[in-house]
Design a protein around this ligand. Structure first.
Ligand code: 5AD
Ligand code: FES
Length: 345
């Protein structure tokens, strides 16, 4: 191994230039070394446990108009749905029965779900079950975040999408990166375990930007960080943009693991949709979380953020079993606890 490469791989803090150096590797053996190192760092800081997070995508209405996203308000060809409280709670039962200890409640930015409604759902879940609740509802008011934390929610996912301010403003209609960062800082300050992350392969995005994405997650002390490949969605302005490069996606996840160490990093559904066995691949190069999709039929197929999303026609109840099997085949174990942030331990 060349000396420069070796010293970067084993350093405890990487500069932006060093991150870019790793992204620029083209030698197959060196890339294999990078993946071996990220897997080692995962093992050292997170162990062999894989955490399952059961996700319920309870509404595909969205008030935002992100150029990349199939749920954007301007997409009027998507059939929209909203789940009721009863439907959400029935789905929670399925997740609990599968012994999954984290419920992720995700939706587009849909203000028709009021602060009070979400409080009621959180309390109804927490009263009955010993599970962690992760919210992923987009940007809401600080007052909403306060109420949801008080009601018992544990975690909040709010990806920063890109750390390049200009690109952020170009692809989001009304939102700004500064505002998004303020929300992430606020969520952390009131005690949420917070998660952010990017999309890889946005038009105009550079490898410098992707290095900044990882370093921003570090600066925000993210408990969780998700790096997912862009996949085009028909009916969006980006329908003709090429999907993300697989190697760049894997390099990003691997370098993120080396830099972020003990953060929970998912092997995303988008990676599983980009290539066959993508989620397994992600787990082998640094990821330690997967998110089986419990959104019930007939809604499931309409949470269509991008084309070709996997498992969309599957029976939700078979998803977790299928993942469990794949995880064990990798020689990893399924976590039996809630998988809270490793930073608070
Ligand atoms: N490809 C990949 N990921 C996408 N997301 C939205 N649109 C796309 C796309 N076309 C991601 C965003 C969002 C998450 C729910 O899905 O990062 O935060
Ligand atoms: Fe829904 Fe971007 S289109 S948050």
């Amino acid at each position: 191994m060349n000396e420069k490469f070796k010293s970067i791989l084993y350093k405890s803090d990487l500069t932006k230039d060093e991150v870019i150096y790793l992204f620029s590797l083209s030698d197959k053996d060196e890339i294999a070394q990078l993946y071996k190192r990220s897997d080692e760092v995962r093992k050292e800081f997170c162990g062999d446990d894989v955490h399952l997070r059961g996700i319920i995508e309870f509404s595909n209405y969205c008030e935002q108009d992100c150029l990349y996203c199939g749920l954007r308000i301007s997409n009027d060809s998507l059939p929209r749905y909203r789940m009721t409280k009863e439907e959400i709670l029935t789905t929670v039962i399925h997740i609990v029965k599968a012994k999954i200890k984290t419920i992720v409640l995700q939706s587009g930015e849909d203000s028709s779900y009021t602060k009070e409604f979400i409080v009621d759902v959180i309390k109804s879940i927490k009263e009955k079950y010993d599970v962690a609740i992760t919210l992923s509802l987009g940007e809401r008011s600080f007052e909403d975040y306060d109420a949801w934390k008080k009601a018992g929610a544990d975690r909040y996912l709010l990806k920063h999408e890109t750390a390049n301010k200009k690109l952020y403003s170009a692809i989001h209609n009304k939102q700004s990166l500064d505002e998004r960062i303020k929300h992430l800082e606020y969520l952390k300050s009131i005690g949420f375990q917070a998660g952010s992350g990017n999309i890889i392969g946005l038009p105009g995005q550079t490898i410098e930007d992707i290095a900044d994405d990882i370093l921003l997650c570090k600066k925000l002390i993210n408990d969780m960080a998700s790096f997912s490949p862009f996949i085009p969605s028909n009916d969006t302005p980006f329908h003709n943009v090429l999907k993300a490069d697989l190697e760049m996606t894997l390099k990003t996840m691997a370098v993120a693991r080396i830099v972020l160490k003990d953060a929970h990093i998912p092997s995303t559904t988008a990676l599983g949709s980009l290539i066959e066995n993508g989620r397994e691949k992600g787990l082998e190069i640094g990821a330690n979380v997967v998110m089986p999709n419990y959104t019930p039929n007939p809604y499931r197929q309409n949470y269509k953020i991008y084309e070709g999303k996997i498992c969309i026609t599957d029976d939700p109840l078979s998803c977790a079993g299928c993942l469990q099997f794949k995880i064990e085949a990798l020689g990893r174990t399924i976590s039996e606890d809630k998988g809270d942030s490793l930073k608070t331990k």
